[in-house]
Ligand binder design. Structure first.
Ligand code: FAD
Length: 451
């Protein structure tokens, strides 16, 4: 195994020491380009999200040796993540193992995270998930697709007491906490006041993630809590807090429809305010109001990942890496580094931070790299993206569909929401599992086992 790795990767005298995710120690010569050892260029891709996964699927693997660095060995279909927080869908139904994409060598996926970029040396410093050891990895071409994290705006207590909703692990924690709170509220001797606190769920941020999580929670309460926790259902409440307006990127008519639906719902409150403190059993609002609650889901905008923050290159006001119209990172003149998705921004033409944009950028970079490797640079065209529309679920079989040419709301949009995401799922396994989960939930209800 070691000799295989060495043959394919590093046969030259030692200057750097490299630890792979399996802890195999081998060596590389920092002065040699990888191309010189294999004949193929080494493409290093950071991340396994929408952008990076799209590069991986579209890249011509005959032209490149592709190495993927990510702390996550799967791709996550984020548009359906909210559905897993209450068990409408199961976690594994919306992830794809990255190894299914056909690596040339099993060591070409490394469970690690990039910590520093050294562009002059064509090297990225990585931290292994095995033992936190740092090792340098050389590249001929690099694609940065590390995404972003939720912005806490420096509000005290968010990191310690709130839940984020970006990864499968976050959804699992939220689901367990919700179910635990229901069981705790059912314990004998719990006061009425404590029951209300335990069953009060707060969502901070009225963007699509906050609204869709609220929608899933509403469905769970309406369809399962009423069946399983009959005596306590009236004590359940959900509060969505948004400083401005909900779903700001959607058409006004659709926004108003969503807001009206939410306001009609008993036990669901929409509050226009800002959260100033988050504690384990309450939050504080801008006007000083103390709101007792048991779970806070924080979903307010984007902030850079530590790696993006560490990169010493031109950035915009949101700390996104600036790229040119070919998605090449500004400030790196040899064009060897590309940045895509939420961590980047095209200076001349900023696009929204969505899966749609990240996926399109990924396939574009894959085709650019192919043309460059084949010496057809003159055929490169600047990146362009056409908005195909936005969809959102607002609960109770009601959806929103905001297309450039038409705006739809209600039951038909919900059908559309499900149909579009069903067709966008990346594999036949997922296309089997997701409808199976939907059917199971419809017939038997959600699984409320806590584990
Ligand atoms: P991501 O998909 O976030 O992937 C980042 C990757 O980088 C991950 O694999 C991560 O593990 C990895 N990584 C992190 N740090 C490092 C590091 N230091 N080194 C190496 N790898 C690293 N968009 C839509 O268009 N439609 C929707 O319906 C929609 N719904 C959403 C619902 C939810 C709940 C969420 C959270 C987002 C939703 N989005 C939606 C937004 C969409 O998911 C993002 O815009 C998209 O994921 C951005 O893709 P990306 O490739 O930039 O980053």
């Amino acid at each position: 195994m070691i000799s295989n790795l060495q043959t394919r990767i590093f046969l030259r005298p030692s200057i750097f020491r490299l630890w792979t995710s399996r802890g195999i120690q081998t060596t590389i010569n920092s002065r040699q380009n990888y191309t010189q050892t294999t004949g193929r260029q080494r493409l290093v891709i950071l991340g396994t999200g929408w952008g990076s996964y799209s590069v991986l699927k579209h890249i011509n693997k005959k032209l490149f040796d592709v190495i993927v660095i990510s702390p996550r060995n799967h791709f996550l279909f984020t548009p359906l993540l909210c559905s897993t927080t209450v068990g409408t869908l199961e976690f594994r139904s919306i992830i794809e193992p990255i190894r299914n994409t056909g690596f040339r060598d099993e060591h070409h996926f490394q469970l690690a995270e990039a910590v520093k970029l050294l562009p002059d040396e064509h090297t990225v410093l990585c931290r292994s998930s095995l033992n936190n050891d740092e090792y340098p990895l050389k590249y001929d071409k690099l694609v940065i697709g590390v995404g972003a994290v939720s912005n806490t705006f420096g509000v005290p207590g968010v990191h310690e007491n709130a839940f984020f909703l970006k990864e499968i692990a976050d959804a699992r924690k939220i689901r367990n906490q919700i179910l635990k709170n229901f069981e705790l509220a059912m314990q004998p001797g719990v006061s009425e006041e404590e029951k209300k606190r335990l069953l009060h769920f707060v969502i901070v941020g009225g963007g699509p993630t906050g609204v869709e999580f609220g929608a899933e929670l509403y469905d769970f309460v309406k369809q399962d809590v009423t069946r399983l926790y009959v005596h306590e259902k009236s004590k359940v409440s959900v509060t969505l807090i948004e400083a401005r307006q909900i779903l700001p990127s959607f058409d006004e008519k659709l926004r108003n429809f969503a807001e009206k639906k939410m306001r009609q719902r008993e036990q669901f409150e929409l509050v226009q305010s800002s959260v100033t403190e988050v504690h384990s059993d309450h939050i504080k609002l801008q006007d000083g109001t103390v709101v007792p609650c048991s779970l806070v889901v924080w979903s307010t905008g984007l902030a850079p990942r530590p790696f993006t923050a560490s990169v010493d290159l031109p950035k915009n006001a949101n700390s996104q890496i600036l790229v040119d119209q070919y998605l090449r990172v500004k400030g790196i003149n040899d064009g060897s580094v590309f940045a895509i998705g939420d961590c980047s921004c095209i200076e001349a033409n900023p696009y929204p931070c969505t899966a749609q944009v990240a996926e399109r950028e990924g396939s574009y970079v894959a085709s650019c790299l192919g043309l460059l490797a084949m010496g057809q640079a003159s055929e490169l065209k600047p990146f362009s993206w056409k908005n195909l529309g936005m969809l959102a679920y607002v609960g109770d079989y009601q959806g929103l569909a905001d297309f450039p040419t038409s705006k739809l709301q209600g039951f038909k949009s919900w059908i559309l929401w499900r149909s579009v995401y069903f067709t966008k799922l990346g594999s036949w396994r997922a296309r089997f599992q997701v409808p199976f989960d939907w059917m199971r939930t419809f017939i038997w209800g959600r699984d409320v086992s806590q584990f």
